[in-house]
Design a protein around this ligand. Structure first.
Ligand SMILES: C[S@@+](CC[C@H](N)C(=O)[O-])C[C@H]1O[C@@H](n2cnc3c(N)ncnc32)[C@H](O)[C@@H]1O
Length: 223
C-alpha cells in the first residue's frame, strides 16, 4: 500500500468506536482517510465512503485507489444517508459537520431507528443541539469522549436508537455522556462551551443562568 497518512486525534476517536467486523458508512468522507485506515488495521472489511460533493469524493477515490482498496471501499455520491440502504451499514460515522446538519441527516434516514445500527458523531459546532434532537427522538448516548487536535477540543458521541426519551434538563445537552469530574479533556470541552454561553449571555441573560446551572453540576461534588 502506497498512501502514507495518519488519522488526526478526532478521527482516531471516531475509529475507536467502530465495531470489529462491522460494515461502515462514512458520511462526508472527503479524503476517505477513516475507512482506509480502518481497513488497513483489519477492523472492518467493507465500507462505503460517501460525500455530497464530487470534488471531495474524487479525493476519497484517489486515497482508496492508492491504498488498493477499491474492491472493499465503495465511494458514493450521497446527500447524507439518502443513497445508503439499511443493509449496507452497521456503523455510521458522520464527522466534521455542524451538529444541526448531523441531526438532520440522522432524522432523514428511514433506517436510523433500527437499534442494531450505531452512529459515531463528531459535531464541529452546536453539539448541544445535536444531543437535544437525539434525546428527544429516542437516541441514547452510549458513550462520549473528547480529544484535542490542532489545539482545539472536540467531542465524539457513540449513539444508538432505543426509543427511550428520558426526562432531562437543558444542562444535559451540554454535559451529555461526558465525565468532567474525572476527565480533564471532558472538563476542557465543557469549559469551552461555558465560555461560549458567557459570550451569548451578553445578548440574553437566560444563557448566564444556564451556564450557572451547568457549573453547579460540573463542580459540585454532590451532584
Ligand atoms: C470538513 S469535511 C469532513 C471530512 C471528514 N469526515 C473529517 O471529519 O475529517 C466535511 C465533508 O462533508 C461533506 N458534506 C457536507 N454536507 C454533506 C451532506 N449533507 N452529505 C454528505 N456529505 C456532506 C463535505 O462535502 C465535506 O467533504
Amino acid at each position: 500500500m502506497s498512501t502514507a497518512f495518519s488519522l488526526d486525534n478526532r478521527l482516531k476517536l471516531c475509529a475507536a468506536y467502530v465495531r470489529q467486523g462491522s460494515k461502515l458508512a462514512d458520511i462526508g468522507t472527503d479524503h476517505a482517510y477513516l475507512p482506509v485506515w480502518l481497513c488497513r488495521i483489519g477492523r472492518i472489511s467493507r465500507a462505503i465512503a460517501a460525500d455530497i460533493n464530487p470534488e471531495p469524493l474524487k479525493r476519497g477515490q484517489s486515497t482508496v485507489a492508492q491504498a488498493e482498496l477499491s474492491g472493499v471501499i465503495e465511494t458514493r455520491l450521497s446527500d447524507g444517508l439518502a443513497n445508503i440502504d439499511g443493509t449496507e451499514a452497521d456503523d455510521i460515522v458522520i464527522a466534521g459537520m455542524g451538529g444541526e446538519l448531523i441531526a438532520k441527516i440522522i432524522s432523514d434516514w428511514k433506517y436510523s431507528r433500527d437499534s442494531s445500527k450505531r452512529f459515531i458523531l463528531q459535531p464541529m459546532t452546536k453539539s448541544e443541539v445535536l444531543i437535544r434532537r437525539l434525546t428527544e427522538n429516542g437516541f441514547k448516548i452510549l458513550s462520549q469522549d473528547c480529544c484535542t487536535a490542532s489545539k482545539k477540543c472536540y467531542t465524539v458521541l457513540l449513539v444508538q436508537y432505543t426509543g427511550e426519551r428520558p426526562v432531562t434538563d437543558e444542562t444535559y445537552f451540554y454535559i451529555g455522556g461526558l465525565s468532567p469530574k474525572t476527565n480533564s479533556t471532558h472538563l476542557r470541552f465543557i469549559e469551552e462551551e461555558l465560555e461560549r454561553l458567557s459570550k451569548m449571555a451578553a445578548g440574553d441573560v437566560r444563557f448566564a443562568a444556564l451556564a450557572e446551572r451547568i457549573r453547579e453540576k460540573v463542580y459540585d461534588k454532590n451532584k
